[in-house]
Structure formats: C-alpha cells, structure tokens
Design a protein around this ligand. Structure first.
Ligand code: FES
Length: 138
C-alpha cells in the first residue's frame, strides 16, 4: 500500500504519536490529576502531573479515544514537561495540533480534549496547593 494511503488525512507526526504515544500510563504518586470527557463523542482523557515549585516535572496520560485524541494527548504531555503551570495553561488546542503539523478540520475537536485535560489537572494542582497553604498557616 502506498504510504500516503496509510496516512489518509493525517500528518506523519500525528501517525507517529498515535502509533508510539509518548508518556502513556499513569503516575502513582501524582501531584495532580485531571479528567475530561468530550461530550461530542464520549472519549475521555486523564492526565497525571508531577509538579514541584509550580514546574511540571513529569506528565503521563491515559486516553480512551480516537487516534487524534491519542496523538494530541501524547504531544500535549511533551509540550508541558519542563514548563511552569502558568505557561502550560497558555497552550491552546491549536498549538498542540500545530505541533503535530495539523489535524483535519473534523478532528480539531479531539485536540480540545488535551487542552482541557491540562487545564483540569492544573486546576487540581492549584486547589491542592491552596488547601495545603491554608492548613500550613493554621
Ligand atoms: Fe472523540 Fe476524537 S473522536 S476525541
């Protein structure tokens, strides 16, 4: 089969991250976890973060979803590792799709899952650190 038929509408990068996802799995002692679902298709992504001093040291994901959702989850974890939580919040789903050399228009909604999972996990981290601070002050 010619290579282009295999790729269909997907870039080589999308196929690479789909076939060999980076950072797939879970972090047992994660500092934050975010789970989001895509109401349009029912797919779900869970993101685990290891954070120290507001910097993301490690990120892993589990995604029950389509190929584009797996590829964007994989790319999103690569993009946030080493960034601060606030820098990571600025990553848009378009930026994740762009880093994968684009997604077909009808699969753009899949990249929203990755962006929302980042947001959910970081909110979880912020809530936890706020609680920790209040209990430290007591
Ligand atoms: Fe559900 Fe792609 S079809 S995230």
């Amino acid at each position: 089969m010619p290579k282009d038929d295999m790729l269909g509408p997907y870039s080589e990068k999308v196929m690479d991250h789909f076939m060999n996802p980076r950072n797939m799995g879970e972090i047992k002692d994660a500092d934050a976890v975010g789970t989001v679902g895509n109401p349009a298709c029912g797919d779900v992504m869970r993101l685990y973060l290891k954070v120290s001093d507001d910097k993301i040291l490690d990120a892993k994901f589990k995604t029950f979803g389509c190929g584009a959702a797996i590829a964007t989850s994989s790319m999103a974890t690569e993009m946030i590792k080493g960034k601060t939580v606030d820098e990571s919040l600025k990553i848009t789903n378009e930026a994740v799709a762009e880093a994968l050399d684009g997604l077909p228009a009808n699969k753009m909604h899949c990249s929203v899952l990755a962006q929302e999972a980042i947001e959910a996990a970081i909110n979880n981290y912020k809530e936890k650190s706020a609680k920790k601070q209040t209990s430290d002050e007591k």
